[in-house]
Design a protein around this ligand. Structure first.
Ligand SMILES: NC(=O)c1ccc[n+]([C@@H]2O[C@H](COP(=O)([O-])OP(=O)(O)OC[C@H]3O[C@@H](n4cnc5c(N)ncnc54)[C@H](O)[C@@H]3O)[C@@H](O)[C@H]2O)c1
Length: 252
């Protein structure tokens, strides 16, 4: 196991059956937190939780569609009972690896609504359910996982990620009085399995050409910022957008 920085804390990570969420869940466990793994993919969520238990952490999993408010609320209640509360929420689940890449005008209206529902409404639903648990302790950390794509043309995907910044601002304003901070993490260029499905290597390399730090980001680079936002050191940091992106400016 790693540090004990988050020892005694309970972290709920959505979209942790695979990809970045799974890596964040493992890092939270290594930092001493108990971890709830939440995903639409119940088998994947169970696998991640089993990996965390194998390294000595407390962990549980829930198969949840974050758009389903009743299902989300009951899963959150079970998690809080099983792990003894919820201190940290990482709203990481979203449609990215499985995204149908289309321009705005090519996008089917129903598909537009689906992506909006998962990437934005799902984070709102989860925030609503978890905030009521956090309020009981008067302490909480919520991180909405956005993207540097929020500041670039990228159709419905970019729109949803920019909307998360707004969700963070409003939730931060409401929850500050309860000791809960809400921030956005605009994930930088990370060439993981999901991104490899969406972005050809040449295009990814071209994107890196404008970076000050000439390499792709890793899940550890992203987790470093998450861990800071979830620590006591970030008690005065709320309604902010942090983008670990190697020094990339919002230009295209
Ligand atoms: N990988 C990157 O480079 C990158 C860059 C910017 C932002 N992000 C964001 O980081 C997050 C994770 O990215 P990733 O690369 O691991 O993507 P991914 O597609 O591999 O993982 C997404 C996870 O979310 C889950 N999910 C999807 N819809 C859900 C729903 N309705 N309810 C519950 N779970 C659901 C999926 O089952 C999956 O496990 C996403 O929000 C993505 O937009 C990723």
């Amino acid at each position: 196991m790693g540090s004990s920085l988050l020892s005694g804390k309970v972290a709920l990570v959505t979209g942790a059956a695979r990809g970045l969420g799974r890596d964040y869940a493992r890092r939270f466990a290594q930092d001493g937190a108990a971890v709830a793994v939440v995903d639409l993919d119940g088998d994947g969520a169970r696998r991640t939780a089993a990996e965390l238990i194998d390294i000595g952490a407390s962990a549980c999993s829930e198969a949840v569609d974050i758009c389903d408010s009743a299902g989300t609320a009951s899963a959150v209640t079970r998690i809080a009972q099983s792990l003894g509360g919820i201190d940290i929420l990482i709203n990481n689940a979203g449609i990215w690896g499985d995204l149908k890449m289309t321009t705005v005008l090519e996008t089917d209206v129903d598909y537009w609504r689906t992506v909006l529902d998962v990437n934005v409404t799902g984070c709102f639903v989860m925030t609503k359910a978890v905030a009521s648990v956090m309020k009981q302790r008067g302490w909480g950390r919520i991180v909405n996982v956005s993207s540097q794509g929020a500041w670039k043309p990228g159709g419905i995907y970019s729109l949803t990620k920019l909307a998360l910044h707004s969700l963070s601002y409003s939730a931060a304003a409401e929850l500050a009085q309860h000791g809960i901070t809400v921030n956005s993490l605009a994930v930088g260029p990370t060439y993981n399995a999901a991104t490899q499905r969406q972005v050809p290597p040449e295009a990814f390399e071209r994107g890196l050409a404008t970076n000050l730090i000439k390499r792709a980001g890793t899940s550890d680079d992203m987790y470093g910022a998450i861990r800071y936002l979830c620590s006591d050191d970030a008690a005065y940091v709320t309604a902010q957008v942090i983008s670990p992106n190697g020094g990339q400016f919002p230009q295209f």
